[in-house]
Design a protein around this ligand. Structure first.
Ligand SMILES: [Zn+2]
Length: 768
């Protein structure tokens, strides 16, 4: 008899185990084992080496090239023309011998023979405005692009060079060995574009009312390309949208402009006393001590007076910048100028704004404060801002960044009024572009190749900086807002993109030039992915430490995507390969739902499962050992009185077991759950994510549980969880705070919400 008991018992457990195994096998068979979403990223990643270590840090043999510039620049305001003579000293820190150098000629993107317009598709549009029509079909190409007058060595001896569109190859008289420097000079000029009419990231805006131009000048000099261990020469052509890859260097730049111009530029102003009036010097000293609000260096009244001058005299402004990857400047007699100090660590940094009267009253109110606030947030999240100033320049339709200086849009109407869109747009773009000082100006990633490495990381921090700004300056917000209305960052804001047409989507790991929906792909999605990582997966402490580690490891260096991915894992002990793979290498989306919830009670009476088994094996039900039976509410083994009894009242074998095996003290400590829920979660979405579940109990209390993403590792479609609870669960919600960008929340509730099923009915009606 004993033997039979044991036999039956083993049958019970063996058949349960076989049942589970069969289920697993079925899943493996139907799943694509080669596309396992938890497979490590070895295939996609470059192999770590002496230059880039497996930890994501710069390797022991990491190197980077250096390009130092001395430039003399002359602006011809009358003809909107700029000319320069530059001397580049290039240091080869690579282990390779170089036969030639590549120099970027970005202005050639606007040259008559530019191929950029040729790669844009065009179609006849049945209706056009006259100005559109004229500019499209009747305009002669303008004389734009670089005029390279000479390329010479230190002895003024011509060097052989070849121009391939936006790239110039300069032949070296002798190969440049490791550690050696080569100095050469280029004389050039070009006609400056009207950036409002002709587009472009730099140029001038013409103001017909007063006949002045405001210049925001960048990509204006032949710039060294990057040479490194991952690309060799980064000489991928500039088509217009894709941004830049530039080496660090020191700059000495003299810029000659009309004497009545006001200027800001990358770098320290060396001859302030020569270009400032005594009054301006006094104001400047005051601004250095003003931490609460900006001090005017040039007032609106003074700027308006200057607009009428058109001086024939010139002035030379001298700047020096160390360890920057680029140089930009803004100049006009229209500029109003204000600045204030902001404490970053133990240093004072100047937050600065430059804007024509057309930017007011918005700009004098908020630009400089937005600059200062941005430096504080970004410094907290990365490293202390290392430069001495950050400048925001108002330029129509521009949003573009350079070291220490950036161009920003946001212009009130002529009567000085503006709506929320203009106001928040202006604040948002200033925070974004000032933020670019950190990524990619200091953490110097390759923008031409990886747009997301600067735009995504920067948009993520921009969101945090916008929220900080709104908290610091609640008076900047409109009455209906209690926080800054950021349009990117929070997970739910990316949902419309993620559930969009897959034909117009590309993985984040796509070169910016070649992607669809540029803004969502390179800004919104990576920024949101990082926010999700911080809010829903890693938590603030682990994320912030690792993100800061990445910023500090790669400050003033050139990181690659792997360096970022690896560092985030290396510094946190969170395995994130599945996350990078899903969010960065695919266009999958998140959709997790509750498929089914079954409620069980325990019982002493043999249930149908065991009865069937015993019948099948030819045993006697009375020979069974004491067992705990689980019966589903409403099922054939269920009886209403189970609801009213406690756990131990419902199961005599369990009660006896507890009495026999636990001391009275232990018995008082044990849990006695009464309700048993078998919850099946489904995952129609391709992305694996943690399941964040909020359980609400009959007494009104709630409990949130997070099942790590690895719960999906063996079954990508559905998983189950048993919840043993002392209290009855009355509702279950997945992702209650919308932290995961779940694209369909209609399956996130149990019981299903009535209005959602109504909506589903409506949807299916519409489909028919
Ligand atoms: Zn940007």
């Amino acid at each position: 008899m004993k033997r039979l008991k044991y036999y039956l018992l083993s049958v019970v457990f063996v058949s349960t185990a076989v049942f589970t195994q069969a289920q697993e096998k079925e899943q493996v068979k139907t799943g694509h084992t080669n596309n396992n979403k938890f497979k490590q990223l070895y295939d996609e990643f470059a192999t770590p080496n002496m230059y880039r270590s497996a930890s994501g840090a710069p390797g022991s043999a990491y190197y980077q090239q250096q390009a130092d510039y001395k430039m003399d620049i002359v602006l011809d305001d009358k003809n909107a023309r700029i000319a320069g003579y530059e001397t580049i000293t290039y240091t080869n820190n690579s282990p390779d011998q170089l036969k030639y150098l590549w120099v970027q000629l970005d202005q050639n993107v606007r040259a008559k023979d530019s191929k950029s317009p040729l790669i844009e598709e065009s179609n006849v549009r049945p209706v056009m405005r006259p100005n559109e029509f004229a500019s499209k079909f009747m305009k002669k190409p303008l004389e734009r692009g670089f005029n390279i007058q000479k390329v010479v060595d230190v002895n003024d001896k011509p060097l052989t060079y070849m121009i391939n569109r936006t790239m110039m190859r300069v032949e070296l008289p002798e190969p440049l060995e490791t550690g050696d420097k080569f100095t050469f000079s280029i004389r050039w000029w070009y006609n400056i574009n009207d950036h409002v009419k002709e587009n472009g990231r730099s140029g001038y805006e013409y103001f017909p009312k007063d006949g002045n131009r405001a210049y925001v000048i960048a990509q204006f000099f032949p710039r060294m390309a990057v040479y490194n261990d991952v690309e060799g020469w980064q000489n991928s052509q500039f088509w217009g949208r894709d941004e830049f890859a530039l080496p660090f260097g020191d700059y000495e730049v003299d810029i000659t402009v009309p004497a009545d111009h006001i200027m800001e530029a990358t770098g320290k102003l060396l001859n302030r006393k020569e270009v400032f009036s005594k009054e301006m010097m006094k104001r400047y000293e005051a601004a250095k001590k003003s931490y609460k609000k900006p001090v005017f260096i040039v007032t609106q009244e003074e700027a308006e007076a200057a607009e009428k001058g058109f001086s024939k005299q010139t002035k030379t402004w001298k700047f020096k910048a160390e360890n920057v990857r680029d140089f930009g400047f803004a100049t006009s007699r229209k500029f109003i100028w204000d600045m204030m100090a902001v404490k970053i660590g133990d240093k004072d940094v100047m937050a600065v704004s430059l804007y024509p009267k057309e930017g007011n009253p918005l700009w004098e109110e908020w630009s400089t404060k937005a600059v200062a606030s941005t430096l504080e947030t970004y410094s907290r999240m990365t490293f202390n801002y290392p430069y001495h100033k950050a400048v925001s320049v108002h330029a129509k339709q521009q949003g573009m960044e350079y070291p220490m200086i950036c161009w920003n849009y946001g212009r009130p109407k002529e009567d000085g009024t503006y709506n929320d869109r203009v106001k928040y747009g202006m604040m948002g773009v200033i925070i974004h572009e000032v933020g670019h000082n950190f990524f990619p100006m200091i953490v110097n990633s390759d923008e031409r190749q990886w747009t997301w490495m600067d735009e995504g990381l920067n948009t993520f921090l921009e969101y945090l900086a916008q929220q900080d700004f709104g908290e610091k300056y609640p008076e900047a917000l409109s009455p209906q807002h209690d926080k800054f209305p950021s349009d990117r960052g929070p997970a739910h804001l990316i949902v419309p993109y993620m559930r969009g047409n897959q034909d117009y989507m590309a993985p984040i790991m796509t070169k910016g030039l070649n992607t669809y929906q540029f803004g969502n792909n390179a800004y919104g999605k990576p920024a949101t992915a990082l926010n999700i990582l911080r809010e829903a997966i890693m938590g603030h402490e682990l994320f912030d430490y690792a993100f800061k580690e990445y910023a500090n490891r790669w400050m003033f260096k050139h990181p690659t995507p792997e360096d970022f991915f690896r560092t985030m894992e290396d510094a946190s002990a969170v395995d994130l390969d599945w996350f990078w793979r899903g969010w960065f290498y695919t266009t999958d989306w998140v959709d997790i739902g509750i498929k089914d919830v079954k409620k069980f009670y325990v019982s002493s009476k043999p249930n149908k499962f065991i009865k069937d088994l015993v019948n099948e094996r030819g045993g006697n039900i009375n020979d069974l050992p004491p067992l705990v039976y689980l019966v589903e509410e409403g099922g054939e083994d269920f009886s209403e009185d189970m609801k009213t009894k406690s756990l131990l009242e419902n199961s005599t074998p369990l009660k006896e077991y507890i009495m026999d095996n636990f001391t009275p003290a232990e018995q008082r400590q044990i849990k006695t759950p009464k309700f048993f829920y078998n919850i099946t979660f489904e995952k129609p979405g391709g992305l694996v994510m943690p399941i964040i579940v909020e359980y609400t109990y009959a007494d009104g209390t709630k409990k949130t549980e997070k099942y790590p993403a690895q719960i999906w590792r063996k079954n990508d479609k559905e998983v189950s969880k048993v919840i043993a609870s002392e209290k009855e669960i009355i509702s279950i919600v997945i992702d209650p705070n919308l932290l995961t960008a779940d694209i369909d929340t209609s399956n996130n509730n149990w019981p299903r919400k009535e209005q959602q099923s109504e909506f589903e009915k409506f949807k299916s009606k519409v489909k028919q």
